[in-house]
Design a protein around this ligand. Structure first.
Ligand SMILES: Nc1ncnc2c1ncn2[C@@H]1O[C@H](COP(=O)(O)OP(=O)(O)O)[C@@H](O)[C@H]1O
Ligand SMILES: [Mg+2]
Length: 199
């Protein structure tokens, strides 16, 4: 990403943000609420039109070449009104992507085997987060976007302990590069790119 700018009307949401993420690297985007993390990630995924700067994700411009990225990106859902069960959701997502991993393995790895027949809408917050991560990984994407990972996970509770950690081998083994935006604090500050780790 090179000098990205994104505006919604006159206020600038993202100003002159540049960074690069190598293959196998976990990259966390940290900043207060409203500082532009989601806007950056949405531009990278081709979900938003940028107002300035350049952007390449997995070798393609997300704005100009969205079709190239369709099967290369994994995105964690923020919410779902999916009226199906956990196992069905994983099976469905796996069926949409060529070369996806065995969804039953992911069910086990993310501690959701007991919830296989549970309707997605009945999951706890932490279970839902784990399902969303498993859904993002099932297509074996080259780049995985994870957002607001700790939402719904109680401190020290099973969801927090089992929740996705970017250093966790389960996250690493499925994603070749990861971006993990998280929010904290109050509105108004600029986005800063932080915490990196390499294999
Ligand atoms: N669709 C939108 N329309 C107008 N303003 C928006 C929109 N999305 C985000 N913004 C504004 O852009 C700024 C950055 O938002 P966002 O990227 O969601 O920040 P973060 O993810 O860091 O909380 C905020 O001031 C927010 O109000
Ligand atoms: Mg956000």
């Amino acid at each position: 990403m090179d000098q990205l700018t994104k505006r919604y009307g006159s206020p600038v949401a993202v100003h002159d943000v540049s960074f690069s993420v190598e293959r196998g690297e976990i990259f966390a985007l940290l900043g207060p609420d409203g500082s532009g993390k989601t806007s950056v990630v949405e531009c990278l995924q081709g979900l938003r039109v940028r107002d300035g700067g350049g952007c390449a994700c997995s070798g393609a411009d997300p704005q100009r070449e969205p079709a190239k990225l369709r099967h290369r990106l994994g995105r964690q859902l923020q919410d779902s009104a999916c009226p199906i069960r956990v196992g069905e959701a994983l099976e469905l997502f796996a069926s949409l992507a060529p070369g996806s991993v065995d969804w039953r393995l992911l069910l086990d790895q993310w501690g959701l085997t007991a919830q296989r027949r549970t309707p997605c809408a009945s999951l706890s917050g932490g279970q839902r987060q784990r399902l969303f991560v498993a859904l993002a990984l099932v297509s074996e994407p080259e780049v995985v976007f994870l957002e607001e990972l700790t939402q719904g996970s109680g401190p020290g509770g099973p969801a927090a302990r089992r929740g996705p950690d970017p250093g966790d081998p389960r996250t690493r083994e499925h994603g070749r590069a990861g971006r993990r935006p998280t929010g904290c604090g109050s509105d108004g500050a600029q986005t800063r790119a932080g915490a990196r780790s390499r294999d």
